[in-house]
Design a protein around this ligand. Structure first.
Ligand code: 5GP
Length: 194
């Protein structure tokens, strides 16, 4: 998606550890118009799928997810990160290792909000090694909910996540795909310089 790639080129900062900082428009300050455009793109890509729910993970997935939900007229559910989930049988949970924080979080969704009749689109801001999406897929599995696919704003294609999701047999659509951060610059998949 050219709009997103242009914005990444303009405002993205490459940090050590293969981390892209996009605090200008996604991870701290949020550009609602850009988020709306992402939502429209996801809605368009998955329009045939009769989606009933968007599932994301707090916090940075919420902005693109909520715009997708707005356009598709479906609720947006976000998995919450909790330090300890003890003896609560009203939750679906999964362990997620955080790429940026280097910590393991338990993430949880209340059972009342996810059902076997749901057709879920998982949305997140970044895809790196796929741990966040994998956790959300596990949660959907526990609920016996159907997953129609995954929508990612920024995929770092040189990391393991994309392959992991496809291996699970799940459709993946990423709006910007990064091939490398060579020389601290962003090179997109299919770009002249990738
Ligand atoms: P994964 O679980 O796929 O390894 O990493 C995805 C999660 O880690 C995303 O939810 C996102 O919050 C965070 N993340 C991974 N890579 C980056 C990155 O390069 N930049 C930012 N800002 N967040 C990232």
């Amino acid at each position: 998606m050219k709009l997103l790639e242009d914005r990444i080129r303009e405002d993205g900062v490459v940090l050590p550890g293969n981390v892209l900082k996009v605090n200008q428009f996604l991870n701290h300050q949020i550009d609602p118009e850009l988020m709306y455009a992402l939502g429209k793109e996801f809605a368009n890509l998955y329009q045939a799928e009769k989606i009933t729910k968007i599932l994301t993970i707090e916090a940075s997935g919420i902005a693109p997810a909520i715009m997708t939900g707005l356009i598709l007229h479906v609720p947006v559910l976000f998995a919450r990160k909790q330090k300890s989930v003890t003896m609560n049988d009203n939750l679906y949970t999964a362990d997620v290792y955080s790429y940026t924080k280097k910590t393991k979080n338990k993430v949880a969704v209340t059972k009342n909000f996810l059902h076997a009749t749901d057709r879920v689109l998982i949305v997140d801001d970044f895809l790196a090694n796929g741990q966040a999406v994998n956790g959300l897929l596990d949660i959907c599995e526990q609920a016996h909910a159907g997953v129609v696919g995954v929508g990612i704003a920024i995929e770092k294609s040189f990391q393991a996540g994309a392959q992991l999701i496809r291996k699970r047999g799940v459709r993946l659509e990423s709006l910007a795909r990064i091939a490398s951060f060579t020389n601290n610059e962003v090179h997109f998949v299919g770009g002249e310089d990738s």
